[in-house]
Design a protein around this ligand. Structure first.
Ligand code: FAD
Length: 478
């Protein structure tokens, strides 16, 4: 008897694929005639040293609620459980009589190890177990250089992807889902304690709508707005110049191939360069996952081992807190760190500037910054965050051929030329004339008058910080 004839059940284990469109695991359960039982298992410890941070949890809470609502509209529902994952799946299999388990793959090292173990164990126990790609255009092991090795440099990687480029098929969510009441219904979403007890995340939700519908709305907004001019505007934090899809992509609320397909449908002679520039950024996301899979130690260790002897400074907790809380006295840094705290997100250009300031001017190990981002970003993503921090620190793959130290004053004047981004996030400086907003310490009197509580001097002298970073680099190179 086939699965369909017997009404056999399959667990569909949702993880970072919180959507019903383009969900290969769910689709496989349906295509094979199973009644899917959608489950979510909360097991933060299974992420190894990288258990999800507080902002990420806050997003996940809302995204799970949106997924459950979408399932209920179709006659099904999401069951929530606490980990450990394997024991929870085994107990569910025993109580529901499920014959199969389907999930979509994750690529973080601790999750890859866990999933491989779960797959082998359950298959040994006679279950049908299958996993799928829901997150990437190219899974890490499908792309190799001419020597059969993983890529370490983005441009050749990207050129290779372009030769293999073909868009995945978009499959809309089923309009109805079969349902089963077998087995335990699980705990409530609130019992997972993902939402913060104190509503420090209130500001997030003025800007963001977690869940699949929110992801589609963000894509539509981008296509109708910032896509035009993306190539030029994507570096401007004072404008909405990018898609803001990163948390939606991280939580799998939309498939990257759907994003790419929608953009391809919109392609015209006028926006072709913008679309190409955007797809290249999706390419960086692919590259980050490629690196994380092939070099799984890099969230904690320098990609470039030569930096193991780099003379990082001893961390002063007070100075680190000044950076974290946007009190460095360097307005573009403070604006970025405050944007992050209030919205759970920071513009990419500003991420680079604040990361450079921490790792170069203060010479703090990039891990301190990566950890803070991990806890505060709603799009915290082990692959992208690791790549971003190591790239800026100069310790990563694809590092610039020279040791780059961003000048925060020049960067601010170039990418926030009217000082509007600074005025938004450091409003006490809005009363200063524009050039002074970039380096207010140059007119102490004006600064005292306008913003008496703002630090009168930068946390570190700009020139001295830069020189000491370069000196440490020269020492490293012998
Ligand atoms: P868009 O410009 O609209 O780009 C579209 C998509 O492409 C993004 O949503 C993202 O998925 C991907 N993308 C864009 N730029 C990059 C990049 N440089 N590397 C990898 N993927 C990219 N991104 C995260 O998603 N999570 C992180 O934890 C993260 N940490 C970072 C840390 C540092 C120090 C730096 C410099 C960058 C980091 N990034 C991270 C990359 C980038 O800043 C964000 O992806 C981007 O700002 C998201 O905004 P957007 O969706 O509007 O981007």
């Amino acid at each position: 008897m086939s699965a369909a004839e017997s009404n056999a059940l399959a667990l569909v284990w949702f993880r970072n694929d919180l959507r019903l469109d383009d969900n290969p695991a769910l689709q496989a359960a349906l295509d094979n005639g199973y009644v899917p039982i959608p489950v979510y298992i909360h097991a933060p410890d299974e992420g190894g040293d990288w258990a999800p941070g507080a902002a990420s949890d806050a997003w996940r809470h809302r995204s799970l609620a949106a997924l459950d609502e979408a399932l209920r509209r179709r006659g099904s529902q999401l069951r929530h459980f606490f980990g450990p994952s394997l024991a929870t799946l085994q107990s569910l299999i025993a109580t529901t009589g499920a014959e199969a388990v389907f999930w979509n793959r994750r690529y973080e090292p601790a999750h890859e190890r866990r999933d491989a173990h779960i797959k082998t164990t359950l298959r040994h126990e006679g279950l049908r177990v299958e996993s799928f790609n829901a997150a990437l255009l190219f899974e890490p092991w499908t792309v190799r250089n001419k020597q059969g090795l993983p890529f370490k440099v983005f441009t050749p990687y990207w050129k290779t992807l372009l030769t293999q480029w073909q868009l995945g098929l978009c499959i809309d969510a089923p309009s109805r889902l079969p349902h089963s009441d077998e087995g335990p219904s699980g705990v409530s979403l609130d019992a997972l304690k993902l939402a913060p007890k104190l509503a420090w995340d209130r500001g997030f939700w003025d800007e963001w709508t977690p869940g699949e519908a929110g992801a589609h709305a963000a894509l539509d907004t981008f296509v109708d707005g910032a896509l035009r001019g993306y190539r030029e505007q994507r570096d401007r934090p004072d404008r909405v110049g990018t898609s803001r899809l990163s948390p939606h992509l991280h939580f799998g609320e939309i498939a990257p191939w759907r994003v790419a397909s929608v953009l391809e449908r919109e392609r015209t002679a006028a926006n072709g360069a913008d679309i190409d520039a955007f797809l290249r950024e999706l390419g960086w996301r692919e590259f980050a996952h490629h690196l994380l899979h092939h070099f799984p130690e890099t969230p904690d260790h320098n990609f470039d081992a030569r930096f193991n002897d780099f003379a990082w400074s001893n961390v002063s907790p007070d100075r680190l807190a000044d950076w974290q809380q946007g009190r460095t006295g360097v307005p573009i840094i403070d604006a970025g760190m405050r944007e992050l705290w209030h919205t759970g997100w920071m513009h990419n250009r500003v991420r680079m500037i604040v990361a450079s300031f921490l790792t170069k001017h203060l010479r703090y190990h990039w891990r301190h910054g990566a950890r803070w981002f991990w806890d505060t970003l709603i799009d915290a993503d082990l692959a992208n965050n690791t790549l971003g921090w190591q790239w800026v620190a100069g310790t990563g793959a694809d590092a610039a051929p020279y040791f780059r130290v961003f000048n925060p004053v020049l960067q601010a004047s170039k990418f926030d030329p009217d000082g509007r981004y600074i005025a938004r996030w450091v409003p006490e400086l809005a009363g200063l004339p524009v050039p002074l907003r970039f380096s207010p310490w140059q007119d102490p009197q004006a600064l005292r008058r306008v913003a008496p509580d703002y630090p009168p001097q930068p946390l570190v002298d700009m020139g001295a910080g830069r020189e000491s970073a370069l000196a440490a680099y020269r020492k490293l190179r012998g």
